[in-house]
Design a protein around this ligand. Structure first.
Ligand code: 4AZ
Length: 392
């Protein structure tokens, strides 16, 4: 795990052929939790809080156990509120030599049993409720790829957008390329099986859905998993040439089959707060410099959320940044979104490494200039609008 800090999981140790990777699905009941339907919602604070505690407990237990070398990952997948308890559905990955498989499995059960039976924390768990089933790799991947904001498999080697670097396959599986007549025109983010969010100004050239296609993956051409557009929904208050309400939803003609390198990002709840200084990432196939070349490979750039007052200072945007917008980048410039990144995602990884869409690339004065960071539509401000148009 240490060589892969950003991985949801990494399969095995290359060069060690003896190990086989095994996947398990499990569940147990957390007792004495006042009934609250919010636990069921994958992005609720309640779900996230309880999942984080359980994930930390499990990771600590496995990492300090005799099978710590076999342990790859453990996650809470869903929470299911049930009277005065919550059923936690979990997902585990271990590696072990085939001959040790049954032994490892018994150890996993024993460790989980002991961990869950230990009342040292504030949570009490019914140890008799524990069940564990081996599942196939395909099933395991399907489970992860149906959740929002998770990465299935990727070796997050740390190797544009301006000032960025090449993205790895599967690193930003929600990133889409919106093309006009087959040419990359804007970025977009997959938020559901048929829905994307992007910037309203991406449709200024032509509002006809037939002129657009959508593709995924890291290479912008040739298009990977090409999809067609059924409907474009532009924010009612968007005015071409102005910056406010620069958001649109795209409905595809068909569902996108989720897989390791193509699946949806999480939408934050309307009340979620992202603080200045928080580390976020902008991705896209936009220009590497203002009026510069375009890359073939998706680029990623680490940026920071900038306080709106700072961003509205006289040297910066002098009051043009509204509270439905968010600045991200650096006041000293250099790393930034650029032309062709518009509509694309600005994402934030929470403490469980689940990725949330916090911004949509919208505008800025050129790219990477001092005191002119990128300006994004603030997704929390449009969360209810997105729900009203998509049901998501
Ligand atoms: C554009 O023209 C554009 N530096 C997008 C983002 C930024 C500047 C320009 C932010 O699409």
């Amino acid at each position: 795990m240490d060589d892969c800090p950003h991985c949801v999981w990494s399969a095995g140790n290359p060069g060690n052929n003896e190990n086989t990777v095994y996947y398990y699905q499990g569940r147990f009941t957390v007792l004495d939790i006042p009934h609250n339907e919010n636990y069921a919602r994958e992005t609720s604070p309640e779900n996230n809080y309880l999942s984080k505690i359980l994930e930390t407990k499990m990771a600590d237990a496995f990492q300090s156990s005799s099978i710590y070398r076999q342990y790859i990952n453990s996650q809470v997948i869903t929470l299911d509120p049930d009277n005065d308890s919550v059923i936690a559905h979990i997902w585990l990955i271990f590696k072990s030599p085939r001959s040790m498989k049954e032994n490892t499995r018994r150890r996993i059960e024993t460790i989980l049993h002991q961990t869950l039976n230990n009342h040292s924390g504030s949570l009490s768990i019914d140890p008799t409720s524990l069940s564990l089933t081996e599942i196939s790799k395909t099933t395991a991947e399907k489970i992860i790829n149906n959740r929002c904001g998770r990465r299935a498999r990727m070796s997050a080697t740390h190797d544009r957008v301006r000032g960025g670097s090449n993205a790895q396959e599967g690193e930003w599986p929600w990133q889409a390329s919106l093309k006009i007549n087959g040419r990359h025109y804007c970025g977009a983010s997959l938020i559901g099986k048929r829905h994307l969010v992007t910037a309203a100004h991406c449709f200024q050239k032509t509002p006809n859905p037939k002129n657009y296609t959508v593709s995924f993956g890291t290479l912008v051409t040739p298009p990977y998993m090409q999809h067609y557009v059924q409907q474009i929904i532009i924010h009612e208050n968007y005015i071409p040439g102005e910056h406010h309400d620069d958001i649109a939803v795209v409905l595809l003609t068909e569902e996108v089959p989720f897989q390791n390198d193509v699946h949806r990002v999480c939408l934050p709840e309307a009340t979620q707060i992202f603080l200045p200084g928080e580390g976020v990432v902008v991705t896209g196939w936009g220009a590497l410099f203002y009026n510069g070349d375009y890359p073939l490979l998706l680029q990623k750039a680490p940026v920071k959320i900038i306080d709106t007052n700072t961003c509205n200072s006289r040297e910066a945007y002098n009051g043009m940044v509204q509270d439905t917008m968010l600045c991200a980048g650096y006041m000293e410039g250099n790393i930034d979104a650029c032309q062709g990144d518009s509509g694309g995602p600005l994402v934030y990884p929470n403490s469980r490494n689940i990725w949330y869409l916090v911004g949509i690339v919208s505008w800025g004065e050129e790219c990477g200039k001092i005191n002119k960071p990128g300006v994004y539509m603030r997704v929390t401000a449009y969360r209810n609008w997105i729900a009203s148009k998509t049901g998501i």
